[in-house]
Design a protein around this ligand. Structure first.
Ligand code: DGT
Ligand code: CA
Ligand code: CA
Ligand code: ZN
Length: 574
């Protein structure tokens, strides 16, 4: 069971208790839920060694419930509460501005026990008649329902990418295909994906469509036509397939990659040049003569533009930059020589130093930094000063045993404490090659206090990289409040790098923040935050994020060689 799932159970309990009019207890459950959400380590692992009892807000009763949940996958108490309150009321509670009191009132006065019934009542204008609701209550509720419905579900880039890759493998195993690509938001590398789009260029649309529909993970064929087929997969993804003639493949690739906003501008340039641009090709308006279509690069060329990397196609100035021939030369995977953020079994990772180093060498890394937690993060088995000293020796020994296969830097991910000081004496930090400093506690500070806290860490003269700088977790936790410009200014002045944390639910810094960092002259360091060898592959999501942030070779610390990293970071600490 994942932390988010356990947290969700406690949030639901809080809501159900509130619906029953219970006081205080809901707050206690929410506090525990929020703490579990913010944990950096697996709750299952915490239960194994009993450290879930150290989580703030977790007392005896909640600790027992966590054990039951993790042990059995269910919770009696939750089942009982669910049986006492109409479950549909929780949907009602999800509407912005509808709290438990309102939900209960709607239930007791109008018998409304789910979202559909509420919508019906609001459309019929029955809610304004309730005492204390006012003339515009129906309108307000309907607006809230629309907001809720439009949110929908978006998957993480890191969830969608492997699903799409497997689908491509399936298609290629069924027939030989030269023209096949992922398009849409996934090709652009957005951090969340609405649905997966596949494009195939082929003269045999029938056979392609058949192969597509016969994928073993297809749950349902939602729509099937001659050019477009949509399926839903087990596990909930929707995948759209388009099949076009080979001569239109490049134009279709351009069109279905999007974004819509980028394409609007592309068509406008076409109009200025007397050209019509659509998914079939680029055509002379007057003669309908086709001037491009088979190749995506030709489509841009016909418009007088260089090819624009998909990650930039968001209407964020890329068209002007292309027109003026000042597109960035984006950093790419071949230029990334190492990984700056890796945990081992010394704290909450699962591999030994040597094993993860061997795995990193196999991925082609020239160097890695071992960066385990420090003691403030007790729940993650953070290292004491003495233990970190021992670990430095262990890193040196492991590196010797690896006989030059990969450089292993001794590092740490030290906690930035509430007042901005570091959770490790400088005497120990001075013995390290790489110091990441991260906020793992008290993320809800007010903006000025949080800004000062991080700036203090940056100015300590002990830190090389700020880890997951904003603390956001996609879909679960907003960024901590801070003045990012001030933080970046301090980072620039002190030559401290900002991390792109590659974990799919973090991607922190995110794309637009990377771009701001670049404008401020701040270097970015990509780190996977690996807790096991399979996480090393997350580096690709970090690189994609860097590219979406317009970063070039010189903006990214990981493009330096091991010797250059040593030189650059080595001078900071004594
Ligand atoms: P998503 O799926 O919400 O993460 O975002 P996209 O960008 O993948 O959007 P999607 O799947 O609706 O459509 C894929 C691409 O196809 C989109 O980026 C641009 C193109 N496209 C789809 N519908 C339209 C449209 O009505 N007009 C234009 N110009 N392009 C469209
Ligand atoms: Ca899509
Ligand atoms: Ca789509
Ligand atoms: Zn961390």
């Amino acid at each position: 069971m994942r932390n988010a799932e356990v947290a969700a159970v406690f949030y639901e309990i809080a809501d159900l208790l509130e619906l029953q009019g219970v006081a205080f207890k809901p707050q206690a459950y929410r506090r525990a839920a929020s703490a579990i959400e913010q944990l950096d380590i697996d709750i299952e692992k915490a239960v194994q060694d009993g450290s879930h009892r150290n989580v703030p807000g977790v007392g005896e009763a909640i600790a027992k419930k966590i054990e039951e949940l993790v042990g059995t996958g269910r919770l009696d108490y939750l089942e009982r509460l669910r049986s006492e309150v109409p479950p549909g009321l929780l949907e009602v509670l999800a509407i912005p501005d509808v709290g438990p009191k309102t939900a209960m009132l709607l239930y007791s006065e109008l018998g409304i026990s789910n979202l559909a019934e509420l919508k019906e009542a609001a459309e019929a204008g029955r809610i304004r008649d309730l005492k204390g609701f006012g003339d515009r209550a129906d309108e307000r509720i309907l607006r809230g329902i629309r907001t809720l419905e439009s949110k929908g579900h978006r998957a993480l880039l890191g969830e969608a990418a492997p699903v799409a890759a497997d689908y491509l493998t399936h298609m290629k195993s069924r027939m030989s295909l030269d023209q096949i690509s992922i398009c849409g938001s996934l090709r652009r590398g957005k951090e969340t994906i609405g649905d997966i789009d596949l494009l195939v260029g082929s003269n045999d649309a029938g056979r392609v469509t058949e192969a597509f529909a016969q994928y073993e993970l297809v749950d349902q064929v939602i729509a099937s036509g001659s050019t477009k087929t949509s399926v839903s997969l087990e596990g909930g993804f929707q995948v759209d397939l388009r099949v076009v003639e080979p001569a239109s493949y490049g134009a279709a690739l351009q069109y279905f990659t999007g974004s819509k906003e980028h394409n609007v501008l592309i068509r406008k340039i076409g109009v200025e040049k007397g050209l019509k641009v659509n998914e079939y090709g680029v055509f002379e308006r007057t003669t309908s003569e086709k001037v491009a279509g088979e190749d995506e690069e030709e489509v841009y060329e016909a418009l007088g533009l260089p090819w624009i990397p998909p990650e930039l196609r968001e209407d964020q100035g890329e068209i002007d930059a292309a027109r003026d021939r000042r597109l960035p030369r984006l950093v790419d995977a071949t230029e990334i020589r190492g990984d700056f953020h890796i945990h081992t079994d010394w704290s909450d990772g699962s591999e030994t130093i040597k094993d993860i180093a061997i795995a990193a060498a196999a991925k082609g890394h020239e160097y890695i930094a071992i960066t385990d937690h420090t003691r403030n993060l007790a729940i993650a088995n953070g290292l004491s000063p003495q233990k970190l000293r021992h670990q430095i020796d262990a890193v040196r020994t492991a590196e010797e045993e690896l006989e030059g296969r990969v450089r292993v830097f001794a590092g740490t991910e030290v906690d930035i404490l509430g007042d901005g000081t570091l959770d490790m004496p400088s005497t120990v930090l001075n013995g390290l090659d790489v110091v990441i400093a991260s906020v793992h506690s008290r993320l809800k500070m007010e903006r000025r206090e949080m800004t000062e806290r991080i700036v203090r860490a940056i100015e300590s003269g002990l830190v090389d990289i700020i880890g997951h700088p904003t603390g956001r977790i996609i879909g679960r936790r907003d960024s901590a409040l801070m003045d990012l410009e001030k933080v970046f200014d301090a980072a620039e002045a002190n030559d401290v790098a900002m991390e792109i944390n590659c974990f799919p639910d973090r991607l922190d810094l995110k794309d637009v923040h990377c771009r701001l960092a670049k404008e401020k002259g701040v270097t970015v360091a990509i780190g996977t935050d690996s807790h096991s060898a399979r996480h090393l592959d997350y580096i690709g999501f970090g690189i994609t994020t860097a590219r979406r942030g317009w970063l070039e070779n010189g903006d990214v610390l990981n493009t330096l060689s091991a010797a250059e990293v040593e030189k650059r970071l080595g001078g900071r600490r004594a």
